[in-house]
Design a protein around this ligand. Structure first.
Ligand SMILES: Cc1cc2nc3c(=O)[nH]c(=O)nc-3n(C[C@H](O)[C@H](O)[C@H](O)COP(=O)(O)OP(=O)(O)OC[C@H]3O[C@@H](n4cnc5c(N)ncnc54)[C@H](O)[C@@H]3O)c2cc1C
Length: 314
C-alpha cells in the first residue's frame, strides 16, 4: 500500500475526518461491491431513493490497475467525496423483508470506475475498492434528494429503468413499496454489460417467486449474440415493456423512474431564456415516453411529472 503522506499523519487525518465504519462488504466481482456502512451518529430520517455522500482522503492508496492520478500537494490532505444512492438487499437471509428503520447501517452498491477517459483520474472509487470490513471512511450526515416515491399512489404501476449501479435506489424504493403492500405492478429493468454485473440478481429471483406483482428484467449488452443486443431504450421503443406489463404503458396510472447513465435517460436541455426543451441524440427514454403522453419532472416551480430521473454523471 502506498500512502501519499507519512503514516502518523495518515492516522491523525483518519481520526479527525472519518465518521463511519464498514460493517459488511460483498464483492460481486473485483469491480463491483455491496457495502454496508455504520455512521458514528444515528442515521437521519430519509426516504427510499435518496442519496448521501461517501468520502476517503486523497492520502489513501489507490486500487491497482486504475488511471494514474496527478495530485497537487495541497490536495493530498483533503477528502474525495461523491454522491451515492442508498441501496437495499430487500430481503433478510430468512426471506422476510428488511426493515431499514431497525438497522444502524446503510447499504451502497458501487462500481469501480478505473478510467474516466479524461486527463483527471477518477478520485474516489479507486480508493473505495481498497476498503475492508472495519475500515473507517467519511459518510455525509445529510441524506437528501428529490428521487423518491412521494407521488406514487397505492394502485399505480411503477417501472424502474437503470443502468449498472443505477439499480441502487430502485432496490430501496421496491422495498418501500413491497413493505407497504403496494397493489400496482412493480417492474425493475436493469441494463449491464455482463450477467456478472447484476450484483442483486439472486435477490430479484427470490422476490419474483415470492411476490405476485414484482418483475425484474435484465438486459446484457456484451453477452450472447451481439447483433441482438438490446438497450432499455429499445425495450420501451419496441413495446417490449408493454408486453411485460400486459398493456401499453399508461401515463394515467404509471410512474417511471430512470437512474444511471445520462444517455439512457435522455433528459432534455432547457434553454434558459426561451424555455425551449431540446432532447439529446441518440434518443433516450424520456423522449420516447414524452411522445406517448408522459411528462418528465422539470424541477422547482413545475408540477411533478410521472417520469422521474437521477443522472449519475453529466
Ligand atoms: C445522486 C447521485 C447518486 C449516485 N449514486 C451512485 C451509486 O449508488 N453507485 C455508484 O456506483 N455510483 C453512484 N453515483 C456516481 C458517483 O457519485 C461517482 O461519480 C462514481 O462513483 C465515480 O466516482 P470517482 O470519484 O471514482 O470518479 P469521478 O472522478 O467522479 O469520475 C466520474 C466519471 O465516472 C463515470 N461514472 C460515474 N459513476 C459511474 C457509474 N455508477 N457507473 C459507470 N460509470 C460511472 C462517468 O464517466 C463519470 O464521468 C451517483 C452520482 C450521483 C450524482
Amino acid at each position: 500500500m502506498v500512502f501519499k503522506l507519512p503514516l502518523d499523519q495518515v492516522d491523525e487525518l483518519r481520526k479527525t475526518k472519518y465518521n463511519a465504519t464498514v460493517v459488511e462488504l460483498k464483492k460481486a466481482h473485483s469491480d463491483l461491491m455491496i457495502l454496508r456502512v455504520k455512521p458514528d451518529k444515528p442515521i437521519r430520517p430519509h426516504r427510499a431513493g435518496q442519496y448521501t455522500l461517501l468520502g476517503l482522503g486523497y492520502w489513501e492508496p489507490r486500487f491497482p490497475g486504475c488511471q494514474e492520478e496527478n495530485l497537487p500537494d495541497e490536495e493530498v490532505s483533503k477528502l474525495a467525496r461523491r454522491a451515492y444512492s442508498i441501496s437495499s438487499s430487500i430481503l433478510e437471509p430468512d426471506g422476510s423483508y428488511l426493515n431499514p428503520g431497525e438497522k444502524d447501517w446503510i447499504e451502497f452498491y458501487i462500481v469501480l470506475v478505473r478510467e474516466t477517459g479524461r486527463p483527471v483520474a477518477p478520485a474516489l472509487t479507486p480508493r473505495l475498492f481498497n476498503l475492508e470490513i472495519g475500515s473507517r471512511l467519511f459518510m455525509g450526515e445529510k441524506i437528501t434528494g428529490h428521487y423518491n416515491l412521494s407521488h406514487v399512489k397505492p394502485d399505480d404501476d411503477v417501472v424502474f429503468f437503470s443502468t449498472g449501479t443505477g439499480e441502487a435506489p430502485h432496490n430501496y424504493m421496491a422495498l418501500e413499496l413491497l413493505r407497504n403492500n403496494h397493489q400496482g405492478k412493480i417492474i425493475s429493468a436493469c441494463c449491464v454489460r455482463y450477467g456478472k454485473d447484476l450484483g442483486y440478481r439472486n435477490v430479484h429471483d427470490v422476490l419474483m417467486k415470492k411476490t405476485r406483482n414484482y418483475n425484474y428484467i435484465q438486459l446484457t449488452t456484451r453477452e450472447g449474440d451481439v447483433a441482438q443486443k438490446r438497450y432499455l431504450q429499445d425495450l420501451v421503443r419496441s413495446g417490449g415493456i408493454d408486453s411485460i406489463l400486459g398493456y401499453k404503458l399508461d401515463p394515467e396510472k404509471t410512474h417511471v423512474y430512470l437512474c444511471g447513465n445520462p444517455a439512457m435517460i435522455g433528459a432534455p436541455f432547457k434553454h434558459p431564456e426561451t424555455g425551449v426543451r431540446t432532447y439529446p441524440k441518440p434518443e433516450g427514454i424520456i423522449e420516447i415516453l414524452e411522445s406517448r403522453g408522459f411528462s418528465a419532472d422539470q424541477g422547482h416551480g413545475h408540477a411533478p411529472g410521472n417520469v422521474h430521473f437521477e443522472e449519475y454523471w453529466s
